[in-house]
Write a protein that binds this ligand. Structure first.
Ligand code: ZN
Ligand code: ZN
Length: 344
């Protein structure tokens, strides 16, 4: 079968490899669509991802139809439209035995250290396979993975009635979290972003937005002050952009919580003065890290199927597998790109 293979970080090509062999507990999915997860796929194409084992076929956001199933697989039929949870925990380490599967010491992920979805077929364990709600296309269903990560973020956020929330950023994760927070028990959740085309997607979903002014932060800071004169109870940052984080932190109430959901980029060099941490200390605020997910796929797909999380407008570009590197470059350079999908 045809697949994207990285022999080593940065050394990827489309090539022929053997089709995976179906074991008793496996299904083989014929891939219809696989989404580019921008920062992961760019990492494979440069320094490598921290989890990856090379040679590696990336792609952890995929959907397709069941082509083969093992003899122990029940509840699924050949031809079912499915997606799969990429995250795998061992079930046996210190954290797994303490019901903290996300911190598994042997954490594995399809598309990093298990063969991924930028290929014609992928093999998945039966307990990781999920049926796609009938109203979602294969392209839309690829977004289940980022939605699942956002569902985990919502678990950590645990929004209380009456709370006010700011979401920073309008990449795929900001667009998902903006919708999820809007539908949460919070009183008001506003999403901040710089691109009109992406803010419009949220507006169409009824999600309140504030346009970020890249050149003059005082413009959107005034708008935030007007919207939330007493500040906000929680901020979720999906950007990993320190100047924006610094700016937004001014609006975090005493006792508020800040969730770092997006990664800071390694080439952004900044020094945080001790006074910044002292403010967190004096104001009894919390700085919380959130990263990926385990066991959130079912809820993610239900949110998408219900229409509470709409992702149809996310699909901005489509390519076939042979044009993978062109697709990756478009995702890297085109600021209007949200989800770039590969249809093998
Ligand atoms: Zn992803
Ligand atoms: Zn484990």
């Amino acid at each position: 079968m045809k697949a994207l293979v990285y022999e080593a970080p940065g050394k990827g090509k489309i090539m022929e490899i053997p089709k995976p062999v179906c074991g008793d507990d496996d299904v083989i999915i014929k891939i219809k669509a696989c989404g580019i997860c921008k920062w992961s796929e760019l990492a494979h194409n440069s320094t490598g991802t921290t989890l990856a084992k090379y040679p590696c076929t990336p792609g952890h956001e995929f959907a397709g139809v069941i082509e083969e199933k093992g003899k122990n697989v029940t509840g699924f039929e050949i031809g079912d439209a499915v997606t799969a949870d990429n995250a795998t925990n061992c079930g046996d380490c210190y954290y797994c035995r303490n019901d903290q599967s996300l911190y598994c010491e042997n954490f594995a992920s399809i598309g990093h250290n298990i063969q991924g979805g930028f290929a014609e077929y992928v093999k998945v364990k039966k307990d990781k396979v999920f049926k796609i709600p009938p109203n979602l296309s294969f392209d839309e269903a690829t977004v289940a993975e980022p939605v699942a990560c956002a569902v985990h973020c919502m678990d950590v956020l645990a929004a209380k009635p009456g709370e006010k929330i700011l979401v920073l950023g309008v990449g795929p994760h900001g667009l998902i979290l903006g919708q999820l927070c809007h539908h949460s028990s919070a009183l008001k959740a506003v999403t901040i972003g710089g691109l009109d085309s992406k803010l419009d997607i949220l507006k169409e979903c009824g999600v309140p937005v504030i346009k970020m002014d890249r050149n003059d932060y005082s413009v959107h800071e005034e708008a935030i002050k007007k919207e939330f004169p007493h500040g906000v109870d929680a901020i979720i940052d999906t950007t990993g952009y320190w100047p924006l984080v610094q700016s937004a932190f001014k609006f975090l109430k005493k006792g508020g919580r800040f969730i770092q959901y997006g990664s800071y980029h390694s080439n952004d060099d900044f020094v945080i003065p001790p006074s910044w941490f002292n403010n967190i200390h004096y104001n009894e605020q919390q700085y919380i890290g959130v990263s990926c997910q385990t066991f959130c796929f079912d809820r993610a797909l239900e949110y998408m199927g219900s229409g509470k999380v709409k992702v149809d407008k996310f699909i901005t570009h489509k390519f076939n597998l042979d044009d993978y590197f062109e697709a990756l470059e478009v995702n890297r350079t085109d600021r209007e790109a949200i989800k770039v999908i590969i249809n093998p």
